[in-house]
Structure formats: C-alpha cells, structure tokens
Design a binder for this molecule. Structure first.
Ligand SMILES: *Cc1c(COP(=O)(O)O)cnc(C)c1O
Length: 224
C-alpha cells in the first residue's frame, strides 16, 4: 500500500505542470495512510470534515499544510482557525466574517477561496457568478482584515460529458478573470483557481487550474 501511494504520487507529480499545486485529499483515510504520502514527500493535504482535520493535524508532523476543502459550518471555524492554511469553499459573506473573527483571535490572516456554483446539479453550496458579483460589489468584505481572498474554487458537473465539464471550468475561469479585473486588480495575492479532482483534473488544468484536489487517484477508493 505504501509503495503504491508513493508510485501514484510520483506519477501525478511527473504529470502536473510545476505551477499547479497538488492537494492530496485524504478525507476518510486513516493517519497511517497520510503518513505514507508524507513519507513520499507530500506536504499539502485536504480534508472536508472539521473534527477529522483537527485530529489528523494533531497526529501528524507540523510542517504539513492543511487545507479545508468541504462545506464549512460557521460554528466550527474556531477549531481550525489556529492552523488551517487555505479554506477552499467560502460560500457566504457571513462565513467569511466568522473566519475573519476567529483569525483575528489567533492573530492570523487566513487565505480563503470563494466557491462558485457552476455545475448542473442542484446544490445549496457555492455562489452563482451573479451572487458572487453582488457580494463583492457590496464591499463589506473589504473591512475584513484577517481574511485574504486569494481566488476561486469550483466543482464541475459530475458527468461523462467532457464538454460540459470543460464549460463549467471555463465559466469559473471567466468569472475569476472578471473578479480579478473588477475587484482584485490591486491584489496580486488573488491568483488561485482550485478546480479538478481525480476524474477531471486534466481538463481543469487546461482550463486554468492552479490547484488540483486529488483523493482517489492517490489513496484509492474511500470507505464511507
Ligand atoms: C472529496 C473531494 C475531492 C477529491 O475527490 P476525488 O474524486 O477522490 O479525487 C476534491 N474536492 C472536494 C471538494 C472533495 O470533497
């Protein structure tokens, strides 16, 4: 198992452009499995449940960069605020304000991505481009000095129709560029695009991803 993880990581790293960051999505896998990836040189891990992230953070070496990639409930922000390095899926101004509040208590600035809803599936999560534009135009986020909005995140439609998947990523990229022009032109930190998972990351990279979030292709299938 350990050599398999190492080989899969090496294959992925050889394939990804140097400018694309690999987040190893380790949710539902036990610490020993993460340790194998760590020993193979992986330092960036993504988790989608707060309690699991906190306990893995405590169990594993301190030089890991922990990303929170799932839907984040406001009342749980405080548990990850001391150490989380990137929150991928901010989908409301209220959540952003709570992250700001908890980051201030820790004397930190927490980098965040805004989650865009571009997929065909109904979802409660993520801003539509219109909602995101309205939130950014409101300007309240400019008063939040303990969060840094560093880019956008999305998930494409879960389908074998690669043209649809490409279009979802492309829509996200177009909105990213619009937001960059209209709201973040003076902000070089705003440059990240987190899209692409095990089954669609090659397309995501073609459509401008700077971060890919890959679980199954590294760790194998998850048991829920
Ligand atoms: C689980 C998850 C991934 C990784 O999915 P794989 O198909 O296993 O690569 C990526 N992003 C998010 C938001 C996830 O929840």
């Amino acid at each position: 198992m350990d050599t398999e993880i190492k080989e899969r990581l090496e294959r992925l790293r050889a394939e990804l452009p140097a400018s694309v960051k690999l987040v190893a999505v380790s949710k539902f896998h036990p610490v020993e499995v993460l340790r194998a990836a760590y020993d193979a040189g992986q330092r960036v891990f993504g988790e989608s449940r707060v309690q699991e992230l906190v306990s893995k953070h405590e169990a594993l070496p301190g030089d890991i960069e922990w990303h929170f990639i799932g839907h984040l409930q406001q009342n749980k922000v405080k548990y990850i605020a001391p150490f989380v390095r990137l929150i991928h899926a901010v989908d409301s101004l209220k959540l952003l304000a709570e992250i700001d509040k908890q980051a201030r208590r820790c004397d930190r600035v927490i980098p965040c991505l805004l989650q865009l809803h571009v997929a065909a599936e109904e979802s409660k999560y993520g801003f539509t481009p219109e909602e995101c534009r309205a939130m950014l135009s409101g300007g309240e986020w400019r008063e939040l000095h303990h969060v840094a909005i560093v880019g956008m995140m999305c998930m494409a439609t879960n389908t074998y129709d690669t043209e649809r998947v490409r279009r979802d990523f492309h829509d996200a990229y177009l909105f990213y560029k619009e937001a960059k022009r209209d709201f973040f032109a003076q902000c070089p930190a705003f440059h990240e695009r987190s899209w692409g998972m095990s089954h669609d990351y090659p397309l995501a990279i073609q459509e401008g991803a700077t971060i890919v979030r890959i679980g199954t292709n590294i760790f194998g299938p998850r048991e829920y």
